[in-house]
Design a protein around this ligand. Structure first.
Ligand SMILES: CC(C)(COP(=O)(O)OP(=O)(O)OC[C@H]1O[C@@H](n2cnc3c(N)ncnc32)[C@H](O)[C@@H]1OP(=O)(O)O)[C@@H](O)C(=O)NCCC(=O)NCCS
Length: 326
């Protein structure tokens, strides 16, 4: 008995920042950002907005497309590193917003790989018969974690949430397999001190100092991200006993168009098999893969029985992939 995605949704903060908006604030340019990252705009949380509300909106859309009510859920799993509280978890806050009680709700902290990890854990528990209807969410607000004076990181991130509803179903469709990896020895390539939750928004008076903002060693991270996303893609396909050529669409974590294109080149995949939307959202961390999935479905890029591969790499370092028969 496998798990199948039967509804998806996405939601974003109200404020859209185009690259030109950043030019007035940082020593950067639209040309630099576009050519190094492919990013043209991003949505950022502003003072008073709640990422939990945004995740709830994405979740309600996914539930309604699945034809289910919040009270039908048997578990909530959220990939996030953006809870405003040390505890309760983001998932428990989301459970409250959805008005449901008495089911397990918990977070998985794997930074940009959070959704891949959450989907893998939800699928494993569903296979073992623990739950039949599960909400899996990726939600992050890394724009609130950068030092807004640091042009090397401030231009990269956007905020948002994506959600999926999974149900158990007999038959060949659904999550075929997942692979998760971590390399703790590289923890300091991408890190942030967990001091302020999402309070330090773009427009807030409260600012993260250089020490409190995201610390990133970009070029090293770039090289490892390319290698690890290639490796995990090949291995998840091999483990499932299918061929890479049979995969109809890859939905990679949207950190940087150059990383995505380099992975596609190494895998020998044509551009039409790789979904790219980083230009519109920036790097939304754990939200990026479910947002991409929701957009790909809306754009009719995924059809019944297609093999779809999701992959990501992020702070930890963590990386992983899920292979899904649609
Ligand atoms: C961050 C990243 C885009 C930088 O691109 P890069 O080509 O490696 O650029 P570098 O870091 O070598 O910097 C090149 C120059 O651009 C400058 N620069 C950095 N950010 C800039 C910005 N926003 N605007 C203008 N110039 C900038 C640097 O200061 C440097 O100048 P210098 O040569 O005078 O010192 C790239 O390394 C990357 O994408 N890494 C992975 C990051 C990532 O995806 N993180 C999340 C993983 S989940």
């Amino acid at each position: 008995m496998g798990s199948r995605i039967v509804g998806t949704g996405r939601a974003l903060p109200r404020t859209r920042l185009v690259n030109q908006d950043l030019e007035s604030r940082l020593d950067t340019s639209d040309e630099w950002i576009r050519s190094r990252t492919g990013i043209e705009q991003r949505y950022v949380l502003t003072n008073g907005e709640s990422l939990v509300d945004i995740a709830a909106e994405a979740s309600r859309t996914a539930l309604s497309r699945a034809g289910l009510k919040p009270s039908d859920l048997e578990a909530i799993v959220v990939g996030t590193v953006s809870s405003d509280f040390g505890f309760p978890s983001f998932a428990c806050q989301l459970q409250d917003r959805l008005g449901i009680t008495d089911i397990p709700a918990f977070d998985l902290a794997a930074a940009c790989s959070g959704f891949i990890y959450a989907l893998s854990v939800a699928d494993a528990s569903m296979r073992s018969g623990d739950w039949k209807r599960v909400l899996v969410v990726g939600a992050d607000a890394l724009s609130t974690m950068v030092d807004w004076n640091d042009r090397r990181t401030a231009v990269l991130f956007g905020d948002g949430a994506g959600a999926c509803v999974l149900v158990t179903e007999p038959g060949p469709r659904g999550v075929l397999g997942s692979l998760l990896r971590s390399a703790g020895q590289h923890w300091n390539l991408l890190s942030v001190r967990n001091s302020a939750g999402t309070r330090c928004t773009y427009d807030s008076e409260v600012r993260r100092t250089a020490d409190e903002g995201i610390q990133m060693r970009g070029p090293e991270l770039f090289r490892i991200a390319v290698r690890s996303m290639e490796e995990v893609t090949r291995r998840v396909v091999e483990k499932a006993g299918v061929r890479l050529e049979d995969v109809a669409l890859i939905l990679p974590h949207q950190a940087n168009a150059r990383i995505i294109n380099a992975v596609a080149d190494r895998l020998g995949l044509s551009a039409d098999k790789v979904f790219l939307n980083v230009g519109r959202y920036g790097n939304t961390s754990a939200a990026s893969v479910p947002i991409a999935l929701d957009e790909a479905l809306e754009a009719n890029r995924i059809h019944d029985n297609d093999l779809v591969l999701l992959n990501a790499c992020g702070g930890g370092l963590t990386w992983g992939a899920n292979l899904v028969r649609w």
